[in-house]
Design a protein around this ligand. Sequence first.
Ligand code: NDP
Length: 446
Amino acid sequence: MKNAYLNGVLEQVKKRNPGEPEFIQAVTEVLESLEPVIEKHPEYMEKGVIDEIVEPERIIKFRVPWVDDQGKVQVNRGFRIQFNSAIGPYKGGLRFHPSVYEGIIKFLGFEQIFKNSLTGLPIGGGKGGSDFDPKGKSDAEVMRFCQSFMTELSKHIGADTDVPAGDIGVGGREIGYLFGQYKRLRNEFTGVLTGKGIPYGGSLARTEATGYGLCYFTDAMLKDHGDSFKGKTVVISGSGNVAIYANQKATQLGAKVVAMSDSNGYVYDANGIDLAAVKQIKEVRRGRIKEYIQDHPKAEYHEGCSGIWTIPCDVALPCATQNEINEESAKALVKNGVKAVAEGANMPSTPEAIHVFQSAGILFAPAKASNAGGVATSALEMSQNSMRYSWTFEEVDGKLHDIMVNIYKNASQAAKEYGMEGNLVAGANIAGFLKVANAMLAHGVV
Ligand code: NDP
């Protein structure tokens, strides 16, 4: 970065957040994109908006004790980072995964500010989670953990304050237990969480939203370049919520998905992945992707995650986790002729990988923009809860589609306006930033 002021902000962030490389990575990318904005609008610098935006409004960190099936006390750590409420109540998922620590939640919360702003809906940025691993736990253990987690979290959230949702390791089952405990503790039935089950206030199409939204965004990007999903070969990493519904929509739009993965390895099926089988393994049995080859003898299973990026494809949709595509994987994708890469997971490409894609002229959709469909539909769930009313699947899906196309247009337009045409990373950061920054300016120093 050439701008001395932005470099100073970054140095301060590094000093204040030692040992948190993911957060530094996310902040660096945003600050780099803001260089031309500061030149045009020095008021964001002069009024301290950028110094404020990199500092969470509030960090809540707590003990989560629970009793396992053997009667032994287990202690996990819980987090909620309320990062920015300039344009609405804090909104962002909860992640339950052993890799969770403060730096991961901070990076996700920071990204969420800009993503939520891009949706055009009134939601601030937040994120939370725990180093609890739901894998291999019984339903009763997951329930006891969720109840303990919510016992503390309930003191800090509310339908007009902070509305958490799911993320890695937090699906319908976990949201149900968390909601049940909140309702019991507070004796109120409000839309305090999103991703709820349909019988108790969930929105139709929320389960599908992130994966579908990713494909709507990718489709808009391809169409803007005279192309489409039709006849494309697609590789999708992960086999969780985002990956499954990205597969479903890409297939509906005429593509063939040939590979999916989990944290142990990946399956390659030249005939196209049998999504019903993946759903059965992952959603019903909570099994491993490896089990796919038991009923699909022509498919291949390979141990390890990064090999999936060596499979030739037209479109790559990383939908597993952060930094899953490094420089080497990006080079392999480019060498094999990839045309578009769109991020379903949060920050799945390293900065070096993004550089490889952009230098090769590959269409690249950054997570903040392309995976915003989940949180956008969560905001639609909040609206329905406030109205005590529910829309049909088609209504929600239609709104999601329009939101994703608008995000593409806005990011693309902002990139052009600031002299970086085609650079959606910069465009998304700038478009997301401007709305939040203007709200912060209006609020004064608070
Ligand atoms: P799930 O828990 O449903 O699925 C996660 C998938 O990624 C699983 O297949 C998991 O495999 C795999 N995975 C997790 N960690 C790793 C790892 N370290 N290496 C390789 N694979 C891994 O989560 P979601 O689908 O909800 O989330 C996936 C990504 O999308 C995350 O980055 C999340 O932040 C992002 N996202 C999710 C949204 C949502 O609405 N759900 C919204 C916006 C973004 P395994 O089963 O082996 O752990």
